[in-house]
Structures are given as structure tokens and as C-alpha cells.
Design a protein around this ligand. Structure first.
Ligand code: SF4
Ligand code: SF4
Length: 418
């Protein structure tokens, strides 16, 4: 049996990542009783609070419970000590991201608004400094040609896109591997013994688990969906807004990749081209989900979920919104020459759009760049971390199902320390 190393400052350290007071917690278990996730999958959120109170840092970082919680806020509503367990879970996730951060940037920006603003400003200056020399704002829009190729040096667009994609893959991969290492450690320490299981069976379980997670938890978000407040109009439910943002990203990503694979990117196709329709639908979903969520954060200050947005949450939602809006401005660039021709036919005047077009492109590229750098650090990172956690957890379940009798239920939960 391995000894648990305790860090007496753990709770204080986590507190720096969000406002809450779990020191008031007297371990009554009300939050666990109300949490929709507290079934055979683990004890939410009490077990994590207990680990933090005891200073069991490694066990806390290794726990899947951190990432399965989707911050519904129900535990905070029912806590008799107002210890805000839901906010504690969110702060503990930020803490875990910061611990996995090899650059240490998140440790600074999560704790200080001034540092976050400074970091964003620095990124903006560097991005503009890189892009500006390759831009030609006096260029003239031409129907049928992607304006990015007109206003920017085509070589820069081509290589810049590849380098940005590469940076994103390596950057995100570092964080992804950090979490994977923690999860596998938890599986080794508290999960089922897989000694007798063949490599082939393990591989099969990894693949089946991956499909199960992608279809039920990523594309449909089952746990979120089963916990909807049906008294709220459908279009305003958190699950719906969350699905809008997530599908918005998926459609935009799909449209970009399909475009890149199927046609020369510098050629413009009609607005009715399938990938454009896909991209426009993705942009609309993204802007709708992000705007509504921002409005609710601003208005519902007493709500246990919406009332707790941190500065980094606001930055994430603002960038998400700007990503969609700047994409639409870019789309306008592309089609305005055609619309001007149609408008002239009906004697309607459309102003010379190209005055702004180059600036809209640089604005869109700037937002994309900021998004790439901030991806593993901000709230959007859970889009990668949560599926990974669920995947490892499902794999553990699969191994256990293979190695133990049916009547024994599986849990890879860290034993609760009392
Ligand atoms: S966080 Fe609140 S509800 Fe949960 S165990 Fe502690 S006191 Fe009880
Ligand atoms: S915020 Fe919701 S999902 Fe997370 S621990 Fe609390 S009740 Fe459970």
C-alpha cells in the first residue's frame, strides 16, 4: 500500500483560483445526495472536497471526478453551510490545469485580472507585429477570389496556417498528455488489475470506449441532457446553449477542413456551396450560444451557476463570440462584390466594403490566434479534458467487466478519506 503525501497548503492554493469557502464544510454529504453524477461513478463533490481539506494533492489531481462535474450548481444550492462546493469544483479544475501547465502562464493569468489583460495585450501586439508586414490594405476585392489571398501575401497565409495548426497540436498535446498521465496513475492505483488481459482485448476496449464517449458524452452530452430544468424554455436551457457552442465549433472545424481538402482554398465558391452553409450554420450556433450565456452571466448574479463567472470565463465567451462575428464579417467581404452587382441592377447603393475588408481579415486572424494560444488554459479546455477523462474511465470499466464477476460493481473512485 502506498503512502499518501499531504500538502497542508492545498486548500489555500486552490482558493486562489476562485472564490469559495469549503473550510465551512462539515462533510454532511447533502451535496453528494443531490449531485446528478453521484452514482456508481463516484462521490461528487464531497470526496474531492475531503481530499483538498486533507491536502492530498496527487490524489486530487489524479481524480476523474474533477472533470466529470459539469458545474450545474445544484450542490451549492443545497449546501447547508454555503460552502459553494460547485464553485470549489470549478476552482479545483483551474488549479489542475495550472498544475499541468509546463509554461506556468495559467498560474499567473488565473489569479490576476491585470496579468490576464497584460498577457492578452502582449499576444495581440505580437500577432499584429507578425501579420501587419504581410498585409496590403490597398488591394482590390475580386469576385471569385478569397479576399485573404488578396489582402495578404499568399505564401504567408499558407505557411502561417500550417504553423498555427502545428503550434496548436503541440501546445494542446502537452496539456492533454499531462492529464492523461494523472488519469492513468489513478487507474493503476485504484482501478482494476489488468494483468491477465491480452493486448488485443485492451485495444478493443480502448476503441469501444472511445466511440461510446464520443457519441454519448461529446456529441449528445448525455449527463448534461438528463439534468435539464424542463421549466425553462428549451432555447434558454444550459444544455441547449452548451450544445449550440459545441456544435458551432464542430461545424466550423468541419467546414474548414473539408474546404481545405476538397478545393483550392484561394478560390471562392457561391454562398450556397455546402461547406459555406455548414460554416454559416456553425457561426450562428456559436454566436447564439455564447451571446445568450454572456447575457445570463451578466443578469443572473444570484444564480449558482451563472453568478460565478470568473474573468477567464468572460474572456473565453467574448473570444468565442468574436470568433463567430469576425467570421461573418469575413464572409461579407467575400460576397459583397457580388451583392454590389445585384444591388446596382436594382439601383440600390452598397458602400465600398473593401475599405474595411483587409482590417476585418486581420481581426479574424487575430482572434483565431488568441484562441489557439489560450485553448488549453481557458474554460474551453474542458472540451478536450472531459472526453479524455471519460474515455480513461470507460476503459477502466471495460477492463473491470472483463476481469470480475457480474455482481461486483466497478468504481475507480479514490477511497474517501475520513
Ligand atoms: S460541501 Fe456542504 S453539502 Fe457538501 S458535505 Fe460539505 S457542508 Fe455538506
Ligand atoms: S456542480 Fe453539479 S455536477 Fe458538479 S459536483 Fe455539484 S451537483 Fe455535481
Amino acid at each position: 500500500m502506498s503512502l499518501i503525501e499531504l500538502d497542508p497548503d492545498l486548500l489555500q492554493d486552490i482558493k486562489k483560483y476562485g472564490a469559495f469557502d469549503v473550510s465551512a464544510c462539515f462533510n454532511c454529504g447533502t451535496c453528494t445526495a443531490i449531485c446528478p453524477l453521484s452514482d456508481e461513478d463516484g462521490e461528487f463533490p464531497r470526496s474531492i472536497i475531503r481530499l483538498a481539506q486533507l491536502g492530498a494533492k496527487e490524489e486530487l489531481l489524479n481524480s476523474k471526478e474533477l472533470w466529470l462535474c459539469y458545474y450545474c450548481g445544484q450542490c451549492s444550492t443545497t449546501c447547508p453551510r454555503e460552502a459553494e462546493p460547485g464553485e470549489f469544483m470549478a476552482a479545483a479544475r483551474r488549479y489542475a490545469i495550472a498544475q499541468n501547465d509546463v509554461t506556468r502562464i495559467s498560474r499567473v493569468v488565473y489569479k490576476s485580472k491585470a496579468a490576464y489583460v497584460g498577457f492578452l495585450s502582449l499576444l495581440t501586439i505580437v500577432a499584429l507585429w507578425i501579420m501587419w508586414p504581410y498585409a496590403d490594405f490597398s488591394a482590390t476585392l475580386q469576385p471569385g477570389i478569397n479576399p485573404t489571398w488578396i489582402y495578404f501575401d499568399p505564401e504567408f497565409v499558407h505557411w502561417g496556417g500550417l504553423v498555427a495548426g502545428g503550434i496548436f497540436a503541440v501546445w494542446m498535446g502537452l496539456y492533454f498528455l499531462g492529464l492523461f498521465r494523472h488519469l492513468m496513475r489513478q487507474l493503476r492505483l485504484y482501478g482494476p488489475d489488468s494483468t491477465g488481459v491480452s493486448i488485443f482485448s485492451k485495444l478493443k476496449i480502448w476503441i469501444v470506449s472511445l466511440f461510446r464517449v464520443v457519441f454519448t458524452e461529446v456529441l449528445y452530452q448525455r449527463r448534461y441532457a438528463t439534468d435539464q430544468d424542463t421549466s425553462v424554455p428549451f432555447r434558454r436551457r444550459r444544455w441547449v446553449l452548451h450544445m449550440c457552442m459545441m456544435w458551432g465549433f464542430i461545424l466550423l472545424f468541419a467546414s474548414t477542413v473539408i474546404n481545405w481538402l476538397t478545393k483550392p482554398i484561394e478560390i471562392m465558391v457561391p454562398i450556397t456551396y455546402p461547406t459555406h452553409i455548414l460554416g454559416i450554420a456553425g457561426g450562428l450556433l456559436l454566436v447564439y450560444g455564447a451571446t445568450r450565456t454572456m447575457i445570463f452571466h451578466a443578469r443572473r448574479r444570484d444564480d449558482n451557476y451563472y453568478g460565478h463567472a470568473t474573468f477567464s470565463d468572460w474572456v473565453f465567451l467574448t473570444l468565442t463570440n468574436l470568433l463567430g462575428i469576425s467570421g461573418f464579417l469575413l464572409t461579407l467581404d467575400i460576397y459583397v462584390p457580388t451583392w454590389q452587382q445585384w444591388a446596382a441592377y436594382f439601383n440600390i447603393y452598397i458602400p465600398e466594403w473593401q475599405t474595411f475588408a483587409g482590417y476585418f481579415i486581420i481581426f479574424h486572424l487575430l482572434i483565431v490566434g488568441l484562441y489557439i494560444v489560450l485553448a488549453p488554459l481557458n474554460k474551453g479546455a474542458h472540451a478536450f479534458y472531459r472526453p479524455l477523462t471519460l474515455w480513461v474511465h470507460e476503459y477502466g470499466k471495460g477492463i473491470k467487466a472483463l476481469t470480475t464477476p457480474e455482481e461486483e460493481s466497478y468504481t475507480d473512485e479514490i477511497p474517501i478519506l475520513t
